[in-house]
Design a binder for this molecule. Structure first.
Ligand SMILES: O=C(O)C(=O)C[C@H](O)[C@H](O)COP(=O)(O)O
Length: 220
């Protein structure tokens, strides 16, 4: 395969250092900006210090700004980035990384130049191959369960053995270990750590407990 442009190796290293300190990345969809810091604090106190705040809600950027200010030890990524314009917004609020549910050539190109590393979302070998040409070696598999899950990742390991994945979408406490046991999986992501019912009830102890359970069970 021809590599048009290699990412500097520091970029892959940067993503590895984020992903490898996170066996599990909680996915947050923050409805009330006031919840951002207590929610993130509970997750970090529970042992999960890499978070993905999705741009699915209006306050996501402000929430990220607040989390970064309150919890400098956490790595905070912005997810659901669909366009370079949103990528730029993530840079502006100090995101440590960007996650996309899928990819476009424009995003791949933008990510190569950005100071903030991107974990591009892919579901097929073809999407990995396109990313590969831009220098990407680390990907989010989305939607993990629906697009083949563990079986797909095992199959990917043949032709694209160097690629590493963070599967997300349909992952929970029961199936996470099956993914984490694969050599091409760095970590998994999921919203099961931030259930709406606990967040709405401001049950930060409950969230802390869920995070602790995951951190203890899936410790590298
Ligand atoms: O919004 C995005 O950018 C996404 O990529 C989707 C989220 O990562 C998944 O929706 C989380 O999946 P669940 O853990 O099954 O809820």
């Amino acid at each position: 395969m021809t590599i048009d442009k290699q990412l500097p190796s520091t970029r892959t290293t940067e993503l590895d250092s984020i992903c490898l300190k996170a066996e599990v990345i909680p996915v947050l969809a923050i409805q009330r900006v006031e919840d951002a810091v207590p929610l993130a604090s509970a997750l970090v106190e529970g042992g999960l210090s890499v978070l993905e705040v999705t741009l699915r809600t209006d306050c996501a950027l402000e929430a990220t700004r607040r989390i970064k200010a309150a919890l400098p030890q956490a790595s905070v990524g912005i997810g659901t980035v669909l366009t370079p314009a949103q990528y730029r917004q993530a840079e502006q609020v100090g995101a440590d990384f960007v996650v996309t549910p899928g990819t476009t050539e424009a995003l791949y190109r933008y990510g190569v130049e950005s100071p903030v590393p991107m974990l591009p979302g892919v579901a097929t070998v073809s999407e990995v191959m396109i990313g590969w040409q831009f220098g990407y070696r680390r990907f989010k598999l989305f939607p993990a369960e629906a697009s083949g899950g563990v079986k797909a990742l095992k199959a990917f390991a043949g032709p694209i053995g160097e690629a590493r994945f963070c599967p997300t979408g349909g992952i929970n406490l029961d199936n996470a270990a099956d993914y984490l046991a694969l050599p091409n999986v760095m970590c998994v992501g999921g919203s099961w750590l931030t259930p709406k019912s606990l967040v709405e009830a401001e049950d930060w102890n409950g969230i802390r407990q869920l995070a602790r359970e995951a951190a203890e069970r899936f410790h590298h």
